[in-house]
Structure formats: C-alpha cells, structure tokens
Design a protein around this ligand. Structure first.
Ligand SMILES: C[S@@+](CC[C@H](N)C(=O)[O-])C[C@H]1O[C@@H](n2cnc3c(N)ncnc32)[C@H](O)[C@@H]1O
Length: 188
C-alpha cells in the first residue's frame, strides 16, 4: 500500500529536502541491542536516516522504497560517508517484486504500514534468530492531516506474526507529534 501518498507525492517531498540527513528514529537507537549481527532490510527506507545509522553500526544494509528521489539521496549520503549500501526501487504493493527480496538477519519497518497480509509473511524474509523491528504512528494516533486512518499501525497487523515469532518488546509512546508504537519480534 502507499503510505500517506503515492510515488509522486514522496518524490516531491524528498526533492524539497535540504542536504541534511535527519536523525535516526530514537526507538530504533533504543532497540538496536536486540538486533542480530549481520544484514538489515530497511523497508520504505526513505532517504536513509535509519539505514545510515545501521551502516554506522556495522550492519550490511539493503534499503527498498518506491521513491527514486529518496534512494538517490540515500546513495549520495552513503557514498559521502564511504558506506556501501544496496538500494532497490520497488513498490511494496507489487507482490511479484517481493519474490526476489531475499532473507536478512533483521527487517526494519519505520514509519510505513505494511498491512497484515504482507506482515504475516515477514518471517519468510528473516533468517533464524532474525529480528523484526516496526515503529510508527499507532492505532490511537489522531488528528493528522497527512497520516490517514489506513496508515496507522494496528495491533491486528501482528496477529499472525505473534504465532510464529517471539515478541521481545512492545512500547507505546505519546508526544506532541502523536501516538507511536514500537514492536520487536524474533524468529525462533
Ligand atoms: C514517512 S517515510 C519513512 C521513511 C523512513 N523509513 C524513515 O523512517 O525515515 C515513508 C516512506 O515510505 C515510502 N513508500 C510509501 N509507499 C510506498 C510503497 N507503496 N512502496 C515503496 N515505498 C513506499 C515513501 O517513499 C517514503 O520514503
């Protein structure tokens, strides 16, 4: 599904950004201790604030996003820092495209709602002992003009994940920007 808007919406947003990379998600910084050493698939990576943080922390990172502008920025930021990052431009709604994505030690989904059907299959993309980290606007979030009801992460999104993975953490966080949830799972 498209999160908040389509590809043109996101391309326009990334083109307008200045030359600064944003800070990584605080919740990712706090939960990185759970991650398995090795590779990370960063789903809907945007221009890579989290990918760069993971590279800095010695993970091998693959970032996927449908915005070419976002991926151009990520590749530029990574090159400036002499990091090797692998990027794939794909629409996450395209079920065929998922076939070639592969298997990783960790998957990060930050500020994107994957939806229950695809979330249920995330264990297929994780190695044994691999970690799934999901963070973003949660079910109690209200009032935003840009974040739509269908963009909110719902507890039901994880019903199938809970059956096959161990939940390591669930955190709710409310601040002036809204209501956020973090989920961390490990594949047995
Ligand atoms: C709020 S940004 C989050 C970016 C990054 N994960 C972060 O935390 O900074 C949402 C991202 O989702 C991407 N996106 C939205 N819908 C998508 C889709 N259907 N396929 C691939 N990427 C999508 C956008 O291009 C954008 O980069």
């Amino acid at each position: 599904m498209a999160y908040m808007g389509g590809q043109a919406y996101w391309d326009r947003k990334f083109v307008k950004r200045d030359n600064q990379i944003l800070n990584p998600e605080q919740s990712l910084v706090e939960h990185i201790r759970f991650f398995k050493k090795g590779s990370v698939l960063d789903i809907a990576c945007g221009d890579g604030r989290n990918a760069l943080f993971l590279l800095e922390n010695h993970f091998k990172v693959t970032g996927v996003d449908f915005s070419g502008e976002a991926l151009n920025r990520l590749n530029k930021f990574a090159a400036e820092r002499k990091y090797a990052v692998h990027t794939i431009q794909m629409d996450l709604s395209d079920l065929e495209a998922w076939r070639d994505i592969g298997v990783f030690d960790n998957v990060v989904i930050n500020h994107y709602r994957l939806g229950k059907n695809r979330m249920s299959r995330m264990n297929e993309h994780l190695a044994d002992g691999g970690v799934l980290f999901v963070c973003g606007f949660g079910h109690k979030h209200q009032d935003e003009t840009s974040v739509r009801e269908e963009d909110l992460i719902q507890p039901a999104d994880f019903e199938d994940v809970e059956r096959v993975m161990e939940r390591l953490a669930y955190v709710e966080h409310q601040d002036r920007n809204g209501f956020f949830v973090t989920y961390v799972f490990r594949k047995a």
